[in-house]
Design a protein around this ligand. Structure first.
Ligand SMILES: [Zn+2]
Ligand SMILES: [Zn+2]
Length: 392
């Protein structure tokens, strides 16, 4: 709490013999001058507090008498009565309900932006950006087109036709607030509401700007070049500072958030910075071993498959995943699952060889039996039966 040492009569600008009406009038006049939206005084808030303090004392007959007799010190020592009435208190407000906007603007009674009073930050905007899997993995530059609100060039954001100014709002008489009677169980109270006509500013545009129709901003479509870093994924947000909607009355512009939407890949599946892939391999390769060509994000790599490798074996290739967003030199891991494919169509030669192979495998199961196709079939089941019956 600031205890002003300036003479209270000087603060209000009234003579020492001023009556109640004069004091009230002087306070209202001075309070309006110090309104944060119109005052150019950088110390407006300090001065307003001082004013509130002076008024609280001089409008109270008892306090005024103490002040007249003992000055500031008298008020300090009067115990409990020191200082000034809290301008946020109901009693104080009710005397000057139509100045409520001024009080709340100073003392945080409400958001100025919400009510459209004074400078207001522009809205943030959001747009989705479609990327191919490869664009997301290695980064790219994209041309985008955005539609946002920019400050109207015709009126420089004032909303008024050039050469015209503002006029006092007729609805609220220029105070920006209106009184409304509210019935409560405790009786009728006067509630202060923001004037809907001027949005609480107390002033309206006399002649609206022909370009923005008094809206201060116009919709503009603009092309932007977006640098997408390597490693982004679906849901990654890029912020473009100041590319949202323009602010009002000198308020800062909002930001543009670009949200990535990454397409899927035919072969690779992404898990963070790691990649998963499934590669079809012939049975013979796993059984005999050999070289297998593994597709990579860029190019391919020959990998040795040892003889006797099992189906669904996973090969792990370090550094072949997605580059990290913070450090593109560091890449995730590529996991490749070997997946045996059963051929749906066989050439005559393949069929003959596979039949030969099958015969050999069946011979292993029942080595003493001579077989035709039918017999081998029977022998397989008889062997199985033997095992199950515990007679093998
Ligand atoms: Zn108004
Ligand atoms: Zn305009």
């Amino acid at each position: 709490m600031t205890q002003s040492q300036r003479d209270y009569y000087d603060v209000l600008g009234v003579p020492r013999n001023a009556d109640e009406t004069q004091i009230k009038k002087a306070f209202r006049k001075r309070a309006k001058e110090l309104h944060p939206d119109t005052s150019s005084d950088p110390n407006a808030e300090e001065h307003f507090k001082e004013l509130g303090e002076a008024y609280a004392v001089l409008s109270d007959a008892n306090k005024r008498q103490v002040y007249d007799t003992y000055g500031h010190d008298g008020l300090k020592s009067s115990g409990g009565g020191a200082g000034y009435a809290d301008p946020r208190s109901w009693e104080f407000m009710s005397d000057f309900a139509d100045l409520g906007d001024i009080f709340s603007a100073f003392f945080g009674g409400g958001s100025r932006g919400r009510r459209g009073v004074g400078p207001m930050r522009g809205d943030d905007l959001r747009m989705n950006l479609k990327l191919t899997f490869m664009e997301a993995a290695f980064g790219c530059t994209k041309e985008i087109s955005i539609t946002h609100l920019t400050t109207c060039g015709t009126c420089s954001g004032s909303g008024a036709k050039p050469g015209t100014g503002l006029s006092t709002c007729q609805t609220c008489g220029g105070v920006g607030q209106m009184r409304q009677a509210v019935n409560t169980p405790f009786g009728q109270f006067a509630q202060v509401v923001t004037c809907p006509n001027c949005n609480g500013t107390g002033q309206v545009i006399a002649e609206p700007c022909g370009t923005c129709h008094g809206q201060r901003r116009v919709e503009t479509t603009k092309k932007l070049s977006v640098t997408v870093p390597a490693g982004v994924d679906s849901g990654t947000r890029l912020r473009m500072t100041g590319e949202g909607d323009a602010g009002i009355l000198g308020g800062p512009a909002g930001d543009l958030f670009i949200v990535m939407a990454v397409e899927t890949h035919d072969f690779f599946e992404r898990d963070g910075y790691n990649l998963m892939g499934k590669i079809p391999v012939p049975y013979a390769l796993l059984a005999l071993g050999g070289q297998l060509e593994i597709p990579l994000l860029k190019g391919s790599k020959q990998v040795s498959i040892p003889a006797g490798t099992q189906n669904h074996h996973t090969l792990t290739l370090q550094g072949e995943g997605i580059p990290h967003l913070q450090n593109p030199n560091y890449r995730g891991v590529l996991h490749v699952v070997l997946d045996v494919q059963v051929p749906k169509k066989l050439s005559q030669q393949e069929k003959a060889l596979l039949q030969q192979l099958r015969d050999l495998e069946e011979a292993k199961l029942k080595p003493h039996s001579a077989k035709t196709d039918d017999q081998s079939h029977n022998s397989f089941f008889s062997k199985l039966k033997d095992v199950l019956m515990g007679q093998g």
